[in-house]
Design a protein around this ligand. Structure first.
Ligand code: MEV
Length: 303
């Protein structure tokens, strides 16, 4: 049996704006999805996860089903058993769909010796996200494949962030496809208002590139908080997310904002050297589930 894992991610800047070609900065985080694969004698596809045990099934396991179909371009896949285990909550803005897609491609790549490069994995994973979600940017799949702190669309690796990251999960499911669609509608209804907002979000990533290399988290934090205000302005906030964001800021976080598509899902806070536990407690007291994590330079890997 071969096992590969791929990390989730948080956005420091730029979700939604990146769909329109603006810059974003994303960090891979040390929360992983593991995919194990083995050939089976019967010519049967079996996919097992907390969502159930299915064959090729585009409703229950859309990402892995498309992975198998795509990987049949490179290998003669007949009978295979695929087991998915994840530390990433599904539909929460932490990139669980990218992580399962990337880890499955790499696991099958090893099992069938397809010879796909990391660039090839990121590209195939992005094609699959677009098939499932519609208008998906390459961000989540690229960061999950390569790891580290990455600026998109430049695909430029930045220095790692040297402070703890606290994630707050609202446990409210959100559909990326629906939220991306809502922003598209708002942009087409009010282009003169929404386009400058998306442009300004992109400008924060451009400013932050230098700040990341200088380790100036205080200024990065100020910009992240402005980014949060602009995400609210384009309608992807929610009462639950705001409540966790303000709880984190109130307990000393350097910054706190939505991460990912919004609507529900998760927020992310940057913590100081000694206050990650306090921020996590404040998030829990405000009704969220807190996870203290860190960024990671490692993308998809063989376990
Ligand atoms: C979702 O994690 C991030 C969005 O920007 C969509 C995308 O980039 O595909 C909302």
């Amino acid at each position: 049996m071969i096992t590969c894992s791929a990390p989730g991610k948080v956005y420091l800047f730029g979700e939604h704006a990146v769909v329109y070609g603006e810059s974003a900065i994303c960090c891979a985080v040390e929360l992983r999805t593991k995919v194990s694969v083995e050939k089976s004698d019967e010519n049967e596809i079996i996919i097992e996860s907390i969502l159930g045990r299915t064959g090729l099934d585009h409703d229950t396991h859309p990402y892995v089903s498309y992975v198998i179909e795509k990987m049949r371009r490179f290998a003669d896949i007949k009978g295979v058993r695929i087991i998915i285990e994840s530390e990433l909550p599904v539909g929460s803005g932490l990139g669980s769909s990218a992580a399962v897609t990337v880890a499955s491609i790499q696991a099958l790549n090893h099992l069938y010796e397809c010879g796909l490069s990391l660039e090839g994995i990121a590209k195939t994973a992005h094609e699959i996200e677009k098939m499932v979600q519609g208008n998906a940017s390459p961000t989540d799949t690229y960061v999950s494949t390569m790891g580290g702190v990455v600026m998109i669309p430049q695909r430029k690796k930045l220095d790692l962030i040297n402070c703890p990251i606290v994630v707050g999960n609202t446990h409210k499911f959100s559909s990326t496809k629906e939220l991306v669609g809502n922003v598209a509608k708002l942009r087409s209804d009010f282009p003169s208002v929404i386009e400058p907002i998306l442009y300004n979000i992109g400008q924060m990533s451009i400013l932050a590139e230098k700040l990341v290399s200088e380790g100036d988290y205080k200024t990065i934090g100020k910009l992240m908080n402005i980014n949060q205000g602009l995400l609210d302005a384009i309608g992807v906030g929610s009462a639950e997310l705001s409540s966790l964001v303000y709880a984190a800021r109130g307990s000393g976080a350097i910054s706190a904002k939505i991460t990912g598509a919004g609507g529900g899902g998760c927020m992310v806070a940057l913590a100081g050297e000694n206050n990650a536990e306090d921020i996590a407690r404040a998030i829990e007291n405000a009704g969220g589930e807190a996870i203290i994590t860190n960024n990671t330079k490692e993308g998809v890997r063989l376990e």
